[in-house]
Design a binder for this molecule. Structure first.
Ligand code: SF4
Length: 251
């Protein structure tokens, strides 16, 4: 999932939940020092300059559609999902309709997003769970969201931040890599990384963080070929291989 510019499409669904509160300790129980918080803040400020506004590049009109397109976005581009999803939502206009869908019909529509059989199963089960557990409404609570089959903390956090304006940090492979290289966490487990980042940043920045980390991971801090030579975060970076990578990347 990438970012694009502009305001949120959560629109009327938004609630004011973004009071700046300094959060608790890291996953190992330690509390970040003010110097560590300052460095983390500098990283975030640079990313804000690079990406002044961000939101998911996935198209959706409401919370359940965002859940569905987020599931469909696994292992493919947002563009691919945005091409396939309109036909899906035209045919199935509610979670109740999708819950009763015939898998073979859905498979044809989501085929182009790859892993179409698994994704079809996942989104039908997701719709069934939304109907059975929450009468078709998407909850604004991470513990409730992760009860839905196919919805992990990452997807739940995207929905919380995008639709409900609830502070949340979605940790995907890009966030994991970028945060690790920058020395913002030493953890490898996504939930512990989420805790470490939450300990470093005030709550009112959480939702703005992950989309920018994700995009930065795609644009600059690539897994195999990071552009360390032209990276604005070089001076904050703790990745031992950054000097060698800088020599190889375009200045
Ligand atoms: S210096 Fe290299 S490894 Fe460090 S954040 Fe920038 S691109 Fe990533």
């Amino acid at each position: 999932m990438g970012v694009t510019t502009g305001g949120s499409r959560g629109g009327g669904l938004r609630a004011a939940n973004t009071m700046a509160v300094m959060p608790g300790p890291r996953s190992d129980g330690t509390t970040p020092t003010s110097a560590e918080r300052g460095r983390a803040r500098s990283v975030f400020n640079r990313l804000l300059e690079r990406y002044p506004e961000s939101r998911t590049a996935l198209d959706y009109e409401n919370a359940w559609q965002l859940l569905v397109v987020t599931v469909l976005s696994a292992q493919t581009t947002d563009e691919n999902v945005n091409k396939a999803a309109p036909a899906l939502f035209q045919r199935y206009t509610s979670t109740a309709e999708l819950a009763d869908a015939r898998p073979e019909d859905v498979e044809k529509i989501v085929f182009s997003t790859g892993f179409y059989r698994q994704k079809t199963k996942s989104i039908i089960k997701l719709a069934q769970d939304l109907e059975d557990l929450y009468d078709g409404e998407v909850p604004a609570d991470i513990d409730e969201l992760v009860k839905l089959r196919g919805v992990g903390r990452k997807t739940a956090s995207v929905v919380l931040a995008e639709v409900w304006d609830v502070p949340a940090i979605a940790v995907d492979t890009h966030v994991k890599r970028v945060a690790g290289r920058l020395g913002l966490t030493e953890e490898t487990d996504p939930e512990r990384i989420e805790e470490d980042l939450k300990a470093l940043y005030p709550t009112d920045t959480w939702s703005a963080l992950s989309m920018r980390f994700i995009q930065f991971g795609r644009d600059v801090c690539d897994a195999r070929r990071p552009r360390c030579g032209s990276c604005e975060l070089f001076k904050f970076c703790e990745w031992p291989e950054r000097f060698e990578a800088a020599g190889k990347s375009t200045l």
